[in-house]
Design a protein around this ligand. Structure first.
Ligand code: OGA
Ligand code: MN
Length: 286
């Protein structure tokens, strides 16, 4: 059976079928997946039950993996876990636990690891336990945001640098890091405009970790970042994924943003396991 790539929306996203990503992929098969990723930004696969080892093997085809440290329930592993289940005991984590509070910020539009010294290329999220209702993930194209700008607007932002800071973004939901946690992820600066090395297409790396434009007054920086996010998240540039068990999504972290949505964390179980692929050498070893 050969691989098929079916666009999900006219703007971005594609459903990939006819390929088993739980097993070894030959170079030609992975090249097709990588090309689809560069073109569509978000790849959705179904019926791909993954062990941890298989998830790592598939993810490493895209590049080196980040480790996870800090408050995430997957801390100390190569995985970030979006889950209300304790990683050791499997018990439901009470809603007032710091780990649940921390995850609330996932409901704000963001790009994973844009706050790290080397930002992420993409994430791979595998649906291990899906709640019977709620817990969809929404994705939006920040390539479309860039492409909606006029030639002059594109030129005006071409060389801008952004300060990204997870202490800022977590602060927006009232979460405070300890000084030690904060020392893992000091503020960093990156170019706003990102260029996909394989096809030259440009995008903006935006989302809640983007705190301000370097050298600009705070309000002007916010206005630009808010405008770009509003462009990215126009309904026509957005896709909402209702998960089924064993779905796998790969999303671009430099040309797309995403956010979690509510589910009943007391009544239902949810375990989504993420690997995060660095755009360079891993910067956040376990
Ligand atoms: C993530 C994330 C959204 C979700 O894994 O990075 O933001 O719906 N997940 O769990
Ligand atoms: Mn995320």
């Amino acid at each position: 059976m050969s691989m098929t790539v079916t666009p999900i929306t006219p703007v971005f996203g594609a459903r990939i079928a006819g390929v088993d990503i739980t097993g070894p992929l030959d170079d030609a098969a992975f090249a097709d997946i990588r090309a689809a990723f560069d073109e569509h930004l978000v790849l959705v696969f179904s019926d791909q039950p993954m062990t941890d080892e298989q998830q790592i093997e598939f993810s490493e085809r895209f590049g080196p993996l980040e480790g996870t440290r800090g408050v995430n329930p997957g801390s100390g592993t190569p995985f970030a876990r979006q889950s209300n289940l304790d990683i050791k005991s499997g018990a439901v984590i009470p809603p007032d636990d710091r780990r649940m509070f921390y995850q609330k910020a996932n409901m704000l539009w963001h790009a994973d690891s844009s706050f790290k010294a080397i930002p992420s290329l993409c994430s791979v999220l595998t649906a291990r336990i899906v709640p019977p209702e709620g817990g969809a993930t929404e994705l939006a194209s920040s390539r479309a945001a860039y492409e909606s700008l006029t030639t002059k607007e594109k030129a005006d932002i071409e060389d801008l640098e952004i300060e990204y800071d997870i202490s800022y973004s977590r602060g927006l939901v009232g979460f405070e890091f300890t000084p030690e946690e904060r020392s893992f992820t000091p503020p960093v600066r990156h170019r706003l405009v990102r260029t996909n090395k394989n096809n030259g297409r440009k995008s903006v790396m935006i989302g809640v970790h983007a705190k301000g434009v370097v050298g600009w007054p705070e309000d002007e920086g916010r206005a630009l970042l808010d405008d770009l996010l509003a462009r990215a998240t126009r309904p026509e540039n957005t896709y909402r994924h209702e998960w089924r068990q064993d779905d796998v999504i790969v999303w671009d972290n430099q040309a797309a943003v995403h956010r979690a949505t509510e589910y009943d964390t007391v009544k239902h179980h949810r375990l989504m396991q993420r690997t995060t692929i660095s755009s360079g050498a891993p910067v956040n070893p376990i």
